[in-house]
Design a protein. Structure first.
Lengths: 112, 115
């Protein structure tokens, strides 16, 4: 079965430090990949997406992600984290039936 | 502005009562979805609809019902048969369902609490 794995349930970084959130997917063909962010009590907002082409994609709020087919990964990065980035982050992949498969999410805490 | 509107934002229900959560979209999307979110469990798919007057069960459909009489509306009823209904419910839509990219657009969510 197709799956998306986010190995880190909870990550804490200091404000101004760099950030990398990991995501691994299982799917043979070129996947459609997404990162969403969710603030407490809110819906999910799309940060960025990868369908094809350049494997480094830029998103909103200064985030970027790199698609690595050899590692089946789509890790999210930000060079310098701001306190407002504290939220839950979800990686997702399109299944072969068109639905999105979500990872379990990574909660980001930012220390002042 | 186009988007997805969920109502109510907060809802309290007594045990044994049915409750209906509203979801309306003006994005002209074909497909609509309902997810349930519990702490530490990510998003779980309840029901989805790829076209008007048709819908399919997701992973946790027991105790829930839906209808899709209009393209822009996809209400979810949490019935008394749902044993643990207290949760955060998210509605989403996508442009083309199975022929699309899978990209979802989400509403702001509805928090249901059973007293």
């Amino acid at each position: 079965a197709q799956s998306v794995t986010q190995p880190d349930i909870h990550i804490t970084v200091s404000e101004g430090a760099s950030l990398e959130l990991r995501c691994n997917y299982s799917y043979g063909a070129t996947p459609y990949l997404f990162w969403y962010v969710q603030s407490p009590g809110q819906g999910l907002q799309l940060l960025l997406k990868y369908f094809s082409g350049d494997t480094l994609v830029q998103g909103i709020k200064g985030f970027e992600a790199e698609f690595k087919r050899s590692q089946s990964s789509f890790n999210l990065r930000k060079p310098s984290v701001h306190w407002s980035d504290a939220a839950e982050y979800f990686c997702a992949s399109r299944s072969n039936t068109g639905k999105l498969i979500f990872g379990q999410g990574t909660t980001l805490q930012v220390k002042p | 502005d186009g988007g997805i509107t969920q109502s109510p934002k907060y809802l309290f229900r007594k045990e044994g009562q049915n409750v209906t959560l509203s979801c309306e979209q003006n994005l002209n999307h074909d497909a609509m979805y309902w997810y349930r979110q519990d702490p530490g469990q990510g998003l779980r798919l309840i029901y989805y609809s790829q076209i008007v007057n048709d819908f399919q069960k997701g992973d946790i459909a027991e105790g829930y019902s839906v209808s899709r009489e209009k393209k822009e509306s996809f209400p979810l009823t949490v019935t008394s048969a749902q044993k643990n209904p207290t949760a955060f419910y998210l509605c989403a839509s996508s442009i083309k369902g199975p022929r699309g990219t899978g990209e979802l657009f989400f509403g702001e969510g509805s928090r249901l609490t059973v007293l």
